[in-house]
Design a protein around this ligand. Structure first.
Ligand code: ADE
Ligand code: ZN
Length: 326
């Protein structure tokens, strides 16, 4: 069977990767040591054994605790560079990378250390690996809109270092409309806008991400299959969904990969893409996501080509770059 080889070697864009979710336990322990931060686990193995989640919140609790080792600009550089080298091995040509500044600034880490460290890794990826990498600043939706507005202001000195904004963290109980004003402001600033919606939350959250936040892509969006009208709209507008199969499996959004609805969404004409979300926590980088979801759902080379093409078409790269990569 040559399908895994095709999946591994085809060029692709990754559009849904939280850089803090790429921090591998080994690097986390190394940073804990050099920054003198105490972790709740005594070894890499013990930490890995704690990666047993039953929903989004059970993951987020461990993910935010892990991020506490990140303190210096060099830490952000090292984490991001490790991801980019790994992405390069998976034939990622374009990466649009989420980061969660509030997770760090609340601990006293300067905004500049976060953004400059990540940005320098993206620049080095361009020159040393030929990867086109850009940053997307995410607001934490379990915090207030005022805190998001303050975070945006704090990041504006680095406005040219990120191409857009996103919305992540605990979904249910924090609908997109809570962030209407900050997203409107981001629109005025010419920033791209994306939002997590319909990961665990209802189709109504996808509607309001589109209509209130003016999201250009929906992160996850797998709950859209519960709403036929919404499916029609997403297909008709070709609004991309950044689907993350192994994440959905590990967070129990679907009981098994064979039950995942990605193939149904793709065949209904939605602009579906495959992504890794938090690869250090969910058991695989981009190619592993492709290989496992193809094996579980019986998708073929035609689906592979469509998913790869969708990833470039849904990216925020300029038209010339997108055309070259497709
Ligand atoms: N932050 C990191 N990964 C996330 C996910 N899958 N959903 C919401 N917030 C996140
Ligand atoms: Zn995500």
């Amino acid at each position: 069977d040559r399908l895994p080889e095709l999946l591994r070697r085809m060029p692709k864009a990754e559009l849904h990767i939280h850089i803090e979710g790429s921090l591998e336990p080994e690097l986390m322990f190394e940073m804990a040591r050099r920054n003198d931060v105490k972790l709740a686990y005594s070894s890499v193995d013990e930490l890995r054994r704690a990666y047993d989640f039953n929903n989004l919140q059970s993951f987020l609790d461990i993910y935010y605790a892990g991020a506490s080792v990140l303190q210096t600009e060099q830490d952000f550089y090292d984490m991001c560079w490790a991801y980019l080298e790994r992405a390069h091995a998976d034939r990622v040509l374009r990466a649009e990378i989420f980061f969660d500044p509030q997770t760090h600034t609340v601990r006293g880490v300067p905004m500049g250390a976060v953004i400059e460290g990540l940005h320098r890794a993206c620049q080095d990826a361009q020159t040393q690996l030929g990867i086109d990498a850009e940053l997307i600043l995410c607001f934490l939706r379990h915090l207030s809109e005022q805190e998001a507005l303050d975070t945006l202001e704090e990041a504006l000195p680095w406005r040219d270092r990120f191409i857009g904004v996103g919305l992540d963290s605990s979904e249910v109980g924090h609908p997109p409309e809570k962030f209407a004003r900050v997203f409107a402001r981001c629109g005025e600033l010419g920033l791209h806008r994306v939002a997590h919606a319909g990961e665990e939350g209802p189709p109504a959250y996808i509607w309001s991400a589109l209509d209130v936040l003016k999201a250009e892509r929906i992160d996850h969006g797998v709950q859209s299959s519960k709403d036929a009208k919404l499916m029609q709209r997403l297909a008709q507008q070709r609004t991309a969904l950044t689907v993350c199969p192994l994440s959905n499996l590990k967070l129990c959004v679907f009981p098994q990969l064979a039950q995942h609805n990605i193939r149904q969404l793709l065949e209904a004409g939605l602009a579906v893409t495959v992504n890794s979300d938090d690869p250090a926590y969910f058991g695989g980088y981009l190619n592993t996501n492709f290989i496992e979801i193809f094996a579980a759902t019986g998708m073929d080379a035609g689906h592979a080509y469509q998913l790869a093409r969708n990833s470039f078409e849904a990216s925020f790269a300029d038209a010339a770059t997108r055309q070259r990569d497709i």
